[in-house]
Design a protein around this ligand. Structure first.
Ligand code: 13P
Ligand code: SF4
Length: 353
């Protein structure tokens, strides 16, 4: 296991990539997973950053491929008694918090997220205690314990709208853990936001200088950026948004060439959404870059076919998500607030259309 350093010089265990499988083994596991899903009354819930073959399998088997908000919604509304969550651990935990009666399995419980790792519950709770006048808003990319300390949970697809709403209520805000998304929502809304200083190791690698060079090479291209990226990169964007919002922007923008600054797993659904457009990966190797991420989350990459089959076959401590009941109850309140807010927002957007 190698070590990874983020821009805060925090050291994270860097997981090994799954071994590539031969074509016949892929076929074997795909077949095995389909059988196990049926046998176990299970459905796959996959994130856009998982590998294309995992997204394709989720679609083929009646599961979903989505952003983190939609993954939470889908898991709660689908009738299957087992959810196989292909993503990172906070996504499995969110599914379990919302659906305690369901079995929630993951290909590996070692699929972390640098935002979650960079926001330990005890230190965060002390930070909140020292600012009692502020309402606490945490990103979904956090542990159950951190969510339980929060007033609101939010995902990137509704972050600006929620902070706008809280600002209108006269609230001052603690935002955690992502400092880039925090400063993006602050700029968009003008709200009083105090940020925890976490970062996503993937998006933190996008660099303005290399992006400018790429723009010079393709002046006709539009730039699409996830707001977990540094502010200077966000400032260069033609569209900023959550994974699903970026796919929507790819579809609707008039440009035929798009430079995309987010995990390259998104290219699978994005290319389906606009088959005639040329999609280019935004560079991660600008001046001063450590260039270790290569625009693919190392923890998302752990969701291979072999690991999914093991998750379904073995379950148990290696694969099943358990959340302490007191923490679950605590985290459920801000998560449900988020889902209610998102539902109202959808109504409002539909009403405006
Ligand atoms: P979305 O909510 O845009 O899917 O992003 C979540 C995320 O960071 C997954 O890594
Ligand atoms: Fe976390 Fe970044 Fe990986 Fe998303 S891409 S799971 S935010 S480390």
């Amino acid at each position: 296991m190698s070590l990874f350093f983020d821009s805060n010089t925090t050291v994270y265990p860097f997981p090994p990539r799954p071994k590539p499988l031969a074509a016949e083994m892929k076929q074997y596991y795909r077949h095995r997973i389909k059988t196990l899903l049926k046998q176990q009354d299970a459905v796959m819930v996959a994130h856009y950053y998982t590998d294309p073959e995992i997204q394709a399998l989720a679609e083929e088997t009646g599961g979903c491929v989505a952003d983190s908000l939609e993954m939470a919604r889908f898991g709660s509304t689908h009738p299957a008694s087992t959810l196989l969550v292909a993503g990172v651990r906070f996504m499995g935990e969110t599914a379990k918090i919302l659906n305690p009666e369901k079995r929630v399995l993951m290909p590996t419980l070692a699929a972390e997220c640098s935002l979650d790792l960079g926001c330990p519950a005890q230190a965060f709770s002390e930070f909140c205690d020292s600012h009692p006048d502020r309402i606490v808003v945490v990103y979904a990319n956090t542990s159950a314990a951190v969510k339980a300390r929060a007033d609101w949970v939010v995902t990137s697809s509704i972050a600006v709208e929620l902070i706008e709403y809280l600002d209108e209520q006269g609230e001052k805000i603690i935002w955690a853990p992502d400092r880039h998304l925090g400063s993006y929502v602050q700029k968009q809304t003008g709200a009083d936001v105090l940020c925890w200083q976490g970062a996503c190791i993937v998006h933190d690698e996008f660099k303005t200088q290399a992006l400018s060079q790429m723009k010079a090479l393709y002046p006709d291209a539009a730039v699409l950026v996830h707001p977990e990226s540094p502010q200077a990169v966000v400032a260069m964007a033609d569209a900023v948004g959550s994974t699903s919002q970026l796919i929507q922007a790819a579809r609707t923008l008039p440009h035929s060439r798009l430079i995309v600054a987010t995990d390259r797993g998104i290219f699978y659904k994005m290319q389906q959404a606009c088959p005639d457009k040329i999609l280019l990966e935004a560079p991660t190797a600008g001046e001063g870059a450590t260039c270790r991420s290569c625009a693919h989350c190392p923890w998302m990459a752990m969701n291979g076919l072999e690991a999914i089959a093991s998750g379904l076959e073995q379950g148990g401590a290696q694969h099943e998500i358990y959340v302490d009941e007191a923490q679950r109850q605590g985290a459920l309140v801000p998560l449900n607030r988020m889902l209610d807010f998102a539902a109202k927002l959808k109504l409002r957007v539909k009403g405006n259309a």
